[in-house]
Design a binder for this molecule. Structure first.
Ligand code: ADP
Ligand code: MG
Length: 703
């Protein structure tokens, strides 16, 4: 069934590309609703893949139902009535001799009402819940069952499609069946070169599609539910390949775009380097050398720099900015929080002013006329270095000649923000070079999957003289000991952070908790100067607190997780994290990275409230056992799986239908190899494959 691929792209069989209206019973109105789901062609229907399956082959006695069950039931209508409570509803009482249940319809037609009368036999499917009259099913799928039909059951596992507003599941099942029929005659075109799948023992594309949409009666629900069936593996491979190709195409096209070549003599960098109180580490130098080669080209650099917390990424960014300035270009640095943007601004100002280079902060706080003036001077090219939050790339911001766009802590931004930055940064018809930095190390295969459009550099060395942070895990009941420890530290002239619990639902509650904690700690430590910083404070107040902490006026800084990324106060050597069991590993590691930045021995106390879940325990143990960011990331990946590890925002680029980065991780190397072969030998097959899996709207598939 595998048709040899490699023919001209236009040869794709017409049946797949026909509009959905070519299917029986699909009119303009339905086509419009389907279009909203991204389904326009017959092919789109084929690749609208089931999320899961339900075994509806057995009817369940009504008497044995429990709330939460999803089940097929069959019975006779005992009573049907329309009731008005808050809303008009049609209630149908269905019984089968073992018990009875209410079917509740809020929307129903006159025809339905006529059909659902006493004595009618119905076969229903739906989720059972507790209602005011006992168990009920709201809007069950149902059909009339004839008496003879009582034993007959649907012979297949029923596919459940992704939530589809305005189009019922039953309708989608009919539509996909029609689509399968339609292409059955002409066969679905396989864009994978057959040689690539030889020896894999996977079904053909057509067989795989048929199987997942219409699993045969003997299909194993468990294998399907786990996504491990060869048909699913076949499709998952192809889907991952499509995503890989799409990023690789993006990468290729980006590298053909024009950019300002920045190849100055490096005089500014030298002057800056000699003004620093330290010399660069070997790793920093290596990454800078890579960067210099990239930005000297007339095509944009796209480089991800991974470096553990405290490895000195900011200096690398500063060097990059100087290279841009030396080439008469502007540089922009985007940070995920106002606090961090402010800190970068202060550092850059301190570093660059002696070199005669202006630095501007474009914060969300800047409004009205002051903002307009700043925007004007950026647009006129009067400020060479601009620092800000994502506000940097909002409408109204225009650069005169942006040579380098730097994204700090890029894992906190979405992929789309990163890509938007590219488009926004165009000036004089050229794209900026991009330097993206993250402290979250990503294992190689995963990086090649999620960031296939980027080159990766690693700062795998910490500045010399750092003593490893000692981490202890303590129950809440030992809080007093921790308070005493803070006292001791502060008496020695050192500083400490106290991070209050994360309250995801409410920033307000989180701020209140922080205020209370600060008050309690100030009372317990009368001779310690306690300060506070949280997300609800006015930006100016936040900055004042941070500045006073930096200057040593505040000894103990009580904070929410706003200080998670970037904050750099080398004299702080004790980090206390409350309710550490609620936080993820990446976050704990980042927070802990706020200490251990100077030569003094630092420690981190993780306070927890029991009982601990198994994963919480594993996270805390990891924190105690290692300070190596790569090791932390490896365990994090183990505990969470790649999807969650990358974060939903990161994974936003990969809205996968059948594939799963955790489950299908083993095929990633093969996906990468196959992508190479397709790019080299079957370039014409790529566009139709992307169209099939990612759709016409794939923003990053700038092919
Ligand atoms: P991160 O990689 O987490 O962004 P930073 O850039 O904030 O790290 O650097 C952490 C600290 O290390 C800063 O105080 C910075 O000045 C210092 N630092 C950076 N590079 C070096 C170096 N080569 N030697 C000594 N200290 C350094
Ligand atoms: Mg940093």
């Amino acid at each position: 069934m595998n048709r040899p691929a490699g023919g001209p792209a236009g040869a794709q069989r017409a049946a797949e590309l026909e509009p959905v209206t070519a299917l029986k019973g699909v009119g303009v109105a339905l086509a419009e609703r389907l279009r909203k789901l991204g389904v326009e062609t017959v092919q789109d229907l084929l690749f609208l893949l089931p999320l899961r399956y339900e075994d509806r082959t057995r009817t369940v006695p009504i008497g044995s139902l429990r709330p939460g069950d999803r089940a097929v039931i069959e019975g006779t209508v005992d009573l049907a009535e329309i009731v008005f409570r808050k809303k008009r509803a049609l209630l149908v009482r269905l019984g089968d001799g073992t018990g009875s249940i209410t079917l509740r319809f809020f929307y129903f037609s006159g025809a339905q009402q006529e059909q659902l009368v006493r004595g009618t036999r119905l076969r229903c499917f739906g989720e059972v819940r507790r209602g005011p009259l006992g168990l009920e099913i709201v809007h069950p799928e149902y059909r009339r069952a004839e008496a003879r039909d009582a034993q007959a059951t649907t012979d297949r596992l029923t596919p459940v499609y992704p939530a589809t507003e305005g189009v019922q599941q039953g309708r989608l099942r009919v539509l996909t069946a029609l689509a399968l029929e339609k292409v059955a005659a002409s066969d679905v075109h396989d864009w994978l070169p057959p040689a690539l799948l030889a020896g894999e023992d996977l079904p053909t594309l057509a067989a795989a599609l048929e199987y997942v949409h219409r699993p045969p009666p003997d299909a194993e629900l468990e294998l399907l539910a786990a996504g491990m069936h060869p048909a699913q593996r076949r499709l998952a491979f192809e889907e991952l390949l499509a995503h890989q190709l799409s990023l690789r195409m993006l990468r290729r096209s980006v590298r053909r775009d024009p950019a300002w070549p920045m190849a100055g003599p490096g005089e500014l960098e030298q002057r800056f380097a000699s003004s620093l109180p330290f010399s660069l580490t070997g790793a920093q130098q290596r990454v800078l050398a890579e960067l210099r080669v990239d930005v000297a080209k007339p095509h944009p650099m796209l480089r991800l720099v991974q470096g553990d917390v405290g490895s000195g990424k900011t200096v690398v960014a500063a060097m990059g900015a100087l290279r841009a300035v030396e080439s008469d270009c502007q540089a922009a640095l985007m940070a995920p929080t106002e606090l961090l943007a402010e800190q970068h601004f202060q550092n850059f100002q301190r570093w660059f002013e002696p070199l005669g280079i202006g630095v501007t902060l474009l914060s969300g706080r800047l409004t009205g006329r002051a903002r307009q003036l700043t925007l004007d001077s950026i647009a006129a090219g009067k400020v060479p270095v601009v620092i800000g939050t994502h506000a940097l790339f909002q409408a109204g911001v225009k650069f005169a000649k942006l040579g380098l766009a730097i994204v700090d802590e890029q894992h906190r931004f979405g992929v789309h923000q990163r890509l938007a930055l590219r488009e926004k940064g165009i000036s004089g018809g050229r794209y900026p070079h991009q330097l993206v930095m993250t402290a979250t190390p990503i294992p190689r295969t995963l990086a090649m999957t999620a960031y296939a459009d980027l080159d990766v550099s690693v700062i795998d060395e910490l500045p010399p003289g750092r003593t490893p942070i000692v981490t202890v895990v303590l129950p809440e009941s030992r809080r007093d000991e921790v308070v005493a420890r803070i006292h001791g530290q502060c008496l020695e002239g050192r500083q400490a952070y106290w991070v209050c619990p994360l309250i995801e639902e409410s920033e307000l509650l989180e701020a209140q908790a922080a205020e209370e904690t600060a008050a309690a700690l100030a009372a317990a430590l009368p001779d310690v100067r306690v300060g506070l910083v949280h997300g609800r404070m006015a930006p100016a107040d936040k900055e004042r607190s941070m500045a006073r902490f930096k200057a040593g006026e505040i000894q103990l800084l009580v904070a929410t997780t706003v200080i998670e990324v970037g904050v750099d106060v080398p004299n702080a050597s004790l980090m206390v994290i409350e309710n550490a069991e609620r936080m993820g590993l990446a976050q704990l590691h980042q927070l802990r990275g706020r200490v251990g930045r100077g030569a003094a021995a630092s420690s981190c106390v993780l306070l927890y409230k029991g009982p601990l879940s198994q994963t919480a325990r594993a996270r805390l143990t990891t924190m105690r056992e290692t300070t190596d960011g790569f090791e932390v990331a490896r365990r994090d990946l183990e505990l969470r799986g790649p999807g969650e590890f990358l974060g939903t925002r990161q994974a936003g680029l990969m809205q996968l239908k059948v594939a799963d980065l955790t489950r299908d991780a083993d095929v990633l190397p093969k996906v990468q190899r196959t992508a190479e072969v397709m790019l080299d030998s079957h370039p014409d097959n790529i566009a139709p494959l992307l169209r099939r899996w990612i759709g016409a709207g794939a923003r990053y598939a700038k092919a």
